[in-house]
Design a protein around this ligand. Structure first.
Ligand code: GLU
Length: 284
């Protein structure tokens, strides 16, 4: 049903975290999503990725909406807050548990580091070392005892168990072409953190389906995450959106803009007297 809709109806979203001010990089992403929708007479939604309550600050929700409004980037309806959707994420996690696609991991950072140091051939993703699978092989009894005892744990994707499914999958990115899913790219990635019982990956997949997003537009730094998202969509029987991983706005040193780069925050640019058109022109 979802795919039949694509030609006649496009729904995109911009999903910032209210943990800082919007900067030019965010505006590029928001404008991109808005333009993809408006070119096809579709709609554009705003979603707050606010599950990390330790970093979220209340004032940023409003500031982000005000900045977008000031720039003329208007979304439809009231924004979805991921913090309101925790039970949907835990339902999805329960399904993955039943399938044995996830396992509880009780490791501390220190234990993971020690294990990595002791290995001559620690598993390596494209950019960084991967979790070396310590808890993947815990026995059922061991897991049950530790879960019953309430030992702090996160839940990780079992990249070994899901490999036969993952290896058949691919996605087609509108800018990068056909991409074959590689379950080893991020390895046994965390799907539910110790503290918040979900993660970016799980929440975004559940919400893209819930909001019936037809086109996921986001920075190309998130391309590796899409491998995980396709796996989760397949396991949870959720529709596959179209993907557009666009370029990133970089600072003068060629680095990705971060929230701490206040100089290029929209608030700052506005206070310097720049007009919305001047700010949008800076994206080029
Ligand atoms: N919150 C992410 C970001 O600001 C967006 C993630 C997504 O669009 O899936 O980069």
């Amino acid at each position: 049903m979802h795919l039949e809709f694509i030609d006649c109806f496009v729904l995109t979203r911009f999903a910032p975290s209210p943990t800082g001010q919007l900067h030019l990089g965010h505006v590029y992403a928001a404008k991109y999503a808005c333009d993809v929708a408006s070119k096809s007479g579709g709609r554009f939604l705003l979603r707050f990725e606010d599950i990390d309550t330790t970093r979220v600050r209340e004032e940023y929700y409003e500031e982000i909406e005000q900045d977008l409004h000031w720039l003329g980037i208007e979304s439809t309806g009231s924004p979805l807050r991921q913090s309101d959707r925790l039970s949907a994420y835990s339902d999805a996690l329960d399904k993955l548990k039943v399938m044995n696609a996830v396992y509880p991991c009780f490791c501390t950072r220190k234990e993971i580091q020690q294990e990595i140091n002791s290995l001559t051939n620690a598993p390596h993703g494209k950019e960084s070392l991967l979790y070396p699978g310590i808890c993947r092989n815990l026995s059922l009894a061991e897991k049950a005892i530790r879960l019953d005892a309430g030992d702090p744990h996160c839940w990780r994707l079992n990249s070994v168990a899901i490999r036969p499914i993952a290896e058949r999958l691919f996605f087609t990115d509108q800018l990068h072409g056909k991409v074959v899913v590689d379950p080893d790219l991020l390895g046994d990635v965390v799907l539910a953190r110790k503290d918040i019982t979900t993660s970016y990956h799980l929440a975004v997949v559940v919400d893209d389906a819930y909001q019936e997003i037809t086109d996921v537009t986001r920075g190309e730094d998130l391309l590796p995450s899409t491998h995980i998202h396709r796996i989760l969509q397949n396991l949870l029987n959720l529709p596959e959106p179209r993907y557009h991983h666009h370029r990133l706005i970089l600072d003068t040193n060629g680095k990705r803009l971060a929230k701490r780069d206040d100089a290029l925050s929209i608030k700052n640019l506005r206070e310097q007297g720049k007009s919305p058109d001047e700010v949008l022109a800076m994206l080029a």
